[in-house]
Design a protein around this ligand. Structure first.
Ligand code: PLP
Length: 391
């Protein structure tokens, strides 16, 4: 209604945003008192060390604006973690910025480099916020298809997608929604192409700690040909289950950091000060075993839920990373498209998922949906029980 009333006032940026199916699904699932495994929020508890650190920071009076680049102690802690976990050497003074979530980092990067008509190469299925942001900046997106079941892609297709107008190539590893973890071989080839065509690479690594079955997270910026042309984006929304805190970061060449700092300053000045400090403290408090346990807990949830989907006659694709699972329904339910099937599943089994249309450019024919398994075991068990009613 509001959009109708103000439609002649709306900017091209506002009009570029696709309303996600997810919102509709959430309402439909609530209407049947069902279980929503569509939404990508993590419903698991926040580690005690993280919560305690936030209380301490507020009590210690860390409640004012910080430097727009972020609190020095958080930059230092993240630079240490980037070296330890990712093998990336980053100068916390000149090559690291703290942002309002990884979303804030991607927004600022796009603001810094994209003019309307600039081209960006994106793998599909993609994370819909990436597409919405790119569209708001007027970017022309060239998609490179990831093919199930292993979500591999063709290098010639990638090279064809790159044109003289391409400024940016977007990687998300581990990837939402496919769970794909890019291999060293793939990243080396991407590096070779990016260098040959002189394009920047942005990599969203928000699910870096959630990898399974020996799949190893590799930060693209560790590939020598990508080191000086890559912006590495990450954050703590998922790792610490604090999606509402809005703490993310970007590691990037110093020249770009100088350009992006005043952009961050002008968008929101700084991320929440006490929460920056809390994440810095938690990073030094939580040891390697925390991250191992995290991956182990998610792997168990993934295995349990994949079995439940199979039992319900659906076909889950192997998930190497993230806390999402894509599944195909077409063998048992060939009569439906993805939107229709998700509606049907909500009605008969009272379980919600996100249909393919949110993740692929041309959804016709895509018989997939995405489930999020970052929920308590008891909720996954109820979902598994409900799915038995699917017919
Ligand atoms: N990037 C990807 C691939 C995501 O799936 C999400 C959340 O679902 C985000 C970024 C958002 O991260 P943040 O909370 O750090 O902005």
């Amino acid at each position: 209604m509001a959009a109708d009333r103000f439609s002649n006032l709306l900017s091209t940026q506002a009009l570029a945003i696709d309303p996600p199916r997810l919102r509709e699904i959430t309402l439909k699932v609530a209407a049947v008192n069902g279980i929503n495994l569509g939404q990508g929020v993590c419903l698991l508890p926040v580690p005690e060390a993280v919560k305690r650190a936030a209380h301490r920071a507020i009590d210690a009076g860390i409640n004012r604006y910080t430097n727009p680049r972020g609190l020095p102690e958080l930059r230092k802690a993240i630079a240490e973690k980037l070296l330890r976990h990712n093998g990336l050497t980053v100068d916390p003074e000149s090559e690291l910025l703290i942002t309002c979530g990884s979303t804030g980092a991607f927004e600022a990067l796009c603001a810094a480099i994209l003019n309307p008509g600039d081209e960006v190469v994106c793998f599909a299925p993609f994370y819909p916020y990436h597409r919405n942001t790119l569209r708001r900046f007027g970017a022309k997106i060239s998609y490179v298809e990831l093919q199930p079941p292993d979500w591999s892609f063709s290098m010639p297709a990638l090279e064809t997608a790159i044109s003289p107008h391409t400024k940016l190539l977007l990687i998300n590893t581990p990837a939402n929604p496919t769970g794909k973890v890019f291999t060293a071989e793939e990243l080396n080839c991407i590096g070779e192409l990016a260098a040959r065509h002189d394009v920047l690479v942005v990599t969203d690594e928000i699910y870096e700690y959630m990898t399974y079955d020996g799949a190893r997270h590799i930060s693209p910026a560790t590939i020598p040909s990508l080191r000086d042309r890559t912006i590495t984006i990450g954050g703590y929304s998922k790792t610490f289950a604090i999606t509402g805190w809005r703490i993310g970061y970007m590691a990037l060449p110093a020249e770009l950091s100088t350009v992006i700092t005043p952009i961050l300053d002008s968008i929101y000045i700084c991320p929440p000060a006490p929460l920056q400090r809390a994440v810095a403290d938690a990073l030094s408090e939580l040891g390697g075993e925390f991250y191992c346990r995290l991956a182990g807990e998610y792997r168990a949830k993934r295995d349990y839920f994949a079995a439940a989907l199979r039992e319900a006659g659906l076909k889950p694709f192997p998930t190497q990373g993230t806390y999402y699972m894509m599944a195909d329904f077409s063998e048992r339910f060939p009569q439906y498209n993805a939107d229709e099937f998700v509606d049907h599943m909500i009605k008969t089994a009272r379980v919600g998922a996100v249909p393919a249309a949110d993740f692929v450019p041309e959804s016709a024919g895509a018989t997939w949906m995405r489930f999020c398994f970052a929920v308590p075991d008891e909720m996954l068990e109820r979902a598994a029980e409900n799915l038995k009613a699917l017919r």
